[in-house]
Design a protein around this ligand. Structure first.
Ligand code: AMP
Length: 296
């Protein structure tokens, strides 16, 4: 059975009851408008824990003033029905006042480290969405405190977000296991996203180029290319060649630190973002080096 609640008290009471029975609790944070990508995370959560809580909350603080917060798709009833079929025990559907009581004055911001290290919330998405990761880190910290899960599942599709969450969990001593789940794709390789619904048929067809570009770049690295600048240029040329795309970025970053590299000496992630007629599409591929070569 899958319950739905917007109440913190009801959520806490249920989670406490599960924990008293020694049950392990997983959290899957989402913004709803669920697709097969989200549902794969929920099924994975059910393999990692005895109980699965899925939160559905369109978080205002991670949207910029000119972004799609108002028109972001909201389908709570459909989402709850889907979650019930995929092994979710509780859907937490809070409103904005519940998550940001009285406006809420405390935020989680990643900054430079003690030795001046730049955080994974630097560049890429952060350059195009100022304040985005502050909103993400804040809402994830709040959900962790509200749900008190043993494990939380995030999609590798949002690779920079996953790196930010892992960093925050380390830095703030959350005793929560973070699991990254592989990206779920459409048949032509396009990463599933709630925002794909914004695309016209022509834009949707063009969007397949993103994954094709990433695969070609990953194959070049697997074949031995170590010059990240050269691979980056090929990715940028390939994405810029599509007239419906406006390239936001195509990078090669260290898989652990999320910092761009010039030479590929360890496992890397290739994050890209393109604007397709006002819809931003993100994707990435991770390329692991042969073990004898990799530092990590
Ligand atoms: P969202 O509702 O877009 O905030 O996403 C909620 C969670 O689902 C995040 O951890 C995303 O990374 C993950 N997610 C979204 N799309 C996919 C996908 N195609 N494959 C795997 N995970 C995904």
């Amino acid at each position: 059975m899958c319950l739905t609640t917007d109440s913190v008290e009801a959520l806490r009471e249920l989670v406490r009851r599960w924990k008293r029975a020694d049950e392990r609790v997983a959290l899957v944070p989402t913004m709803g408008a669920l697709h097969e990508g989200h549902l794969a995370l929920v099924r994975s959560a059910a393999r990692h824990a005895d109980r699965v809580v899925t939160s559905v909350f369109v978080n205002p603080t991670q949207f910029g003033p000119d972004e799609d917060f108002e028109r972001y798709p909201r389908r709570p009833d459909e989402d709850a029905a889907l979650l019930a079929e995929h092994g979710c025990d509780l859907v937490f559907l809070p409103d904005v006042e519940t998550i940001y009581p009285g406006g809420s004055l405390t935020f989680v911001d990643l900054g430079d480290g003690l030795a001046g290290e730049t955080p994974p919330s630097t560049g890429m998405e952060a350059a195009f969405r100022p304040g985005h990761f502050r909103g993400v880190a804040t809402v994830v910290a709040k959900l962790f405190n509200l749900v008190d899960p043993d494990v939380a599942i995030f999609g590798q599709k949002d690779a920079q977000q996953l790196a930010v969450v892992r960093q925050m969990v380390r830095d703030l001593h959350f005793d929560i296991e973070i699991v990254g789940h592989p990206t779920v794709r459409e048949a032509d390789g396009l990463a599933m996203s709630s925002r794909n619904a914004y695309l016209s048929p022509e834009q949707r067809a063009a969007a397949a180029r993103i994954h094709a570009t990433l695969r070609a770049a990953a194959e070049a690295i697997q074949a031995g290319t170590r010059d990240a600048r050269a691979v980056r240029e090929v990715m940028r040329d390939s994405l810029s060649a599509e007239p419906l795309f406006e390239l936001n970025y195509a990078e090669i970053v260290d898989a652990e630190t999320f910092r761009p590299v010039d030479t590929i000496e360890s496992d890397v992630i290739l994050p890209v973002a393109v604007d397709v007629g006002g819809t931003r599409l993100l994707d990435n591929l991770r390329v692991d080096l042969p073990r004898q070569e990799s530092r990590s």
